[in-house]
Design a protein around this ligand. Structure first.
Ligand SMILES: Nc1ncnc2c1ncn2[C@@H]1O[C@H](COP(=O)(O)OP(=O)(O)O)[C@@H](O)[C@H]1O
Ligand SMILES: [Mg+2]
Length: 354
């Protein structure tokens, strides 16, 4: 988050992007909130600071970040409840910046489903689970006829393993059951994209795992593109791809995959990547910055298969004294002759995702 004195919103033309083949595409997405102040000029809160994200059809992706990093702001924009200040945002083939109010209503009914953190926001308290799902079906009228609707409701509750809650109202269900019914409501109209904001935020560990596995099976069985935003890093164990959000920008990604080792045994591999944006910017992980005390500017060198990053000049003045002492001992090259990689991007070590 960045707070600064109010001024004009950026007017730079957004990059032009035609209808993408991705189900979710954000390019340089910016959202600035103007906050009034009783004591002086208002301040601006930059909740999203040029965020880039791409989610392909059928993917299940988690966006993980600390509180205040911009996750809910992102989901409000992707669900068309809020509009970005600048940038590009496409969801399910719709350009969110150019849609009319009427198109937004249709988009929210047919193209996206949501699951919010507050279980009470997802379901109507005076309706049973079946009635909640049926009410969602009734709005767009995709499934016509009472028996067809009843069959679809039963099928959805069964898929989410909450058939036993069919006749119960939200107050008579556990938090986990309510969230699984909420997923059934979210996917009732077969949206292309399902968006979930902290869907496990109010649940204990066991219920959280159950809800995440339910989202995973919905994603696998129905192919609905799914984006979960959460502060809980444990979610990444349930998805193939986790994108880290820091200060309103995506910073790193962890890809999980299963490989066979030389003995034919399955190995779960997690590899961490830094996200490189359109103009070549990336964020170095905090621990790299701290380990080498990187500040203000760094030196870069292009190597045949990686990029080297060294502390910049000011620091290297002190560092070179240390380096020279080191060179005299072991003849390790210093930063002013043949540079030695400090933070580089060679093949990541699958054992060490940091
Ligand atoms: N409507 C709003 N008005 C002013 N500031 C807001 C508003 N919504 C969010 N923010 C600010 O934007 C930043 C990101 O918020 P949010 O997207 O809710 O983060 P997260 O969901 O990751 O916790 C925070 O600093 C928050 O205070
Ligand atoms: Mg939030």
């Amino acid at each position: 988050m960045a707070v600064r004195q109010a001024r004009q919103a950026p007017t730079a033309a957004p990059p032009r992007v035609g209808a993408p083949d991705a189900d979710i595409l954000c390019v340089d997405l910016v959202r600035i909130f103007k906050v009034a102040s009783a004591s002086g000029p208002g301040v601006e809160v930059q909740a999203l600071q040029g965020l880039n994200l791409r989610v392909d059809p059928g993917e299940l992706v988690a966006v993980v970040g600390a509180s205040g990093s911009g996750k809910s702001t992102l989901l409000s924009i992707l669900s068309s409840l809020d509009q970005p200040t600048a940038g590009v945002a496409w969801v399910a083939g719709h350009d969110l910046l150019t849609m009319t109010e009427k198109e937004r209503v249709v988009f929210r009914r047919h193209s996206v489903g949501f699951v919010w953190q507050q279980t009470s926001r997802n379901l109507l308290p005076y309706l049973s689970a079946s009635e909640n799902v049926a009410a969602a079906l009734a709005i767009p009228g995709q499934v016509r006829g009472t028996s067809a609707r009843q069959a679809r409701v039963a099928e959805l509750l069964d898929l989410l393993e909450v058939s036993h809650c069919a006749e119960r109202r939200p107050g008579e269900m556990s938090g986990g059951e309510q969230q699984r019914v909420a997923i059934a409501v979210g996917i009732a109209n077969e949206p292309r994209v399902l968006l979930a904001d902290e869907p496990t935020g109010e649940l204990d560990d066991t219920a959280s795992v159950h809800v995440l596995e339910a989202m995973r099976s919905v994603n696998r069985e129905l192919g609905v593109t799914t984006l979960i935003v959460t502060h809980d890093p444990a979610v990444s164990e349930h998805v193939a791809r986790t994108v880290q959000i820091r200060d309103g920008r995506t910073s790193t990604e962890v890809l999980r995959s299963t490989r066979l080792d030389e003995h034919g045994a399955e190995q779960h591999v997690a590899e961490e990547y830094a996200v490189l944006d359109r103009v070549g910017r990336l964020q170095l992980p905090d621990e790299f910055v701290t380990a080498l005390d990187l500040r203000e500017r760094v030196r870069l060198a292009l190597e045949p298969d990686h990029v080297g990053v060294w502390p910049g000049q000011q620091q290297s003045a002190e560092a070179s004294v240390v380096e020279r002492a080191g060179n005299e001992r072991d003849e390790t090259p210093g930063p002013h002759d043949e540079p030695r990689p400090a933070a580089s991007t060679p093949e990541p070590d699958p054992e060490d995702p940091s």
